[in-house]
Design a protein around this ligand. Sequence first.
Ligand SMILES: Cc1cc2nc3c(=O)[nH]c(=O)nc-3n(C[C@H](O)[C@H](O)[C@H](O)COP(=O)(O)OP(=O)(O)OC[C@H]3O[C@@H](n4cnc5c(N)ncnc54)[C@H](O)[C@@H]3O)c2cc1C
Length: 355
Amino acid sequence: MLDYLVVGLGLAGISFCETLEKAGKTYHVVSDNSQQSSLVAGGMYNPVILKRFTLAWKANEQLDLAMPFYTDLEQKLGVELDYKLRVLRKFASIEEQNLWFEAADKPGLENFMSTRIQENQNPSLDAPYGFGEVLHTGRIDTAVLLASYTQYLQDKGNLTLHSFNFNHFKTFPDYISYKTIKAKQIVFCEGYGLKNNPFFQYLPLNGTKGELLTINAPDYKEENVIKSGVFTIPMGNDLYRVGATYKWKDKTNAPTKEAKSELLEKLKTFLKCDFEIVDHVAGIRPTVVDRRPLVGQHPEHKGLYVLNGFGSRGVMIAPYASGQLFNHIEKGANLDSEINIERFTKKYFPKKTLE
Ligand SMILES: Cc1cc2nc3c(=O)[nH]c(=O)nc-3n(C[C@H](O)[C@H](O)[C@H](O)COP(=O)(O)OP(=O)(O)OC[C@H]3O[C@@H](n4cnc5c(N)ncnc54)[C@H](O)[C@@H]3O)c2cc1C
């Protein structure tokens, strides 16, 4: 009898496995490649919402947990994951500069928003009003993390690569079984794949498709992340990721012509040098109606848990949400009510609510 069965190995699954390892729990993971979100993600961590100049939800708390989490993983896996990068938000006008300064004075934001305007030094960029700099930002190489964590689990014999088949899944009062595996608990970390999970389909995960290009731009020579209509993220060797799009109808992982045109159009408003497209990827972000994660126990079935809904901020949220779930299961700690799926229990028992 294992302590845990984990379904899905994206950022959610990896961070939950790490939490289990640190606590000395036994577990097995079943995952497929039906979802691509963690694989294709830009990997940015940035505590400031750059549209509105506000602090991201629980940004302080999340960063405090995320930074040592990825440093520990770098040491454990022997790979580089955390690239400290400055994020420069391009100003479109003097008014925007003023809004930036107003926001940078607000409590909570002052640690993250520099009050010095960065003049544009890069001849390949069109940025007459300069940039605002966000502090404590960077990029986690999620593709390397996924590949090396998959290898790590395979070496330990803790991973089965296939699609979880609910026909082989049974729940019992004190444990669950899946094929030959028995475990005290099961944690579903399926990203947008949750839509095919008969136990948690009632949750309002809507999913937002995102697409990214990789360009080769030898003349760009930019070391910082530039944020204008789109981000450009330096990847080394003259490569830059450009993204991302937000679309709500199409739920496939297929790159589209429309998204490519949209990204190029936005990119060309500020990037003036030549470049060549070398890659184009897409994935579905697990976004939720109220923009908060989905964490907690199934309303009826004991031992069935969900860890999902990280939206467009999985890098920062994953270690925080995993810790919350683990402490809830193992120590009886209360879940943060904003992430607890109890907020949607009425959707599971619609008839009772009407009575
Ligand atoms: C284009 C794009 C750019 C992004 N950029 C950023 C960024 O810069 N910073 C940031 O923080 N976040 C970013 N995100 C969001 C981030 O990718 C997500 O928040 C995060 O990766 C979600 O992780 P997850 O583990 O919940 O889901 P996923 O990454 O989708 O992982 C779920 C895993 O479960 C597997 N699975 C699903 N169903 C089953 C099943 N039945 N059986 C077996 N396995 C199953 C899937 O195949 C997958 O491996 C971006 C997303 C996209 C699409």
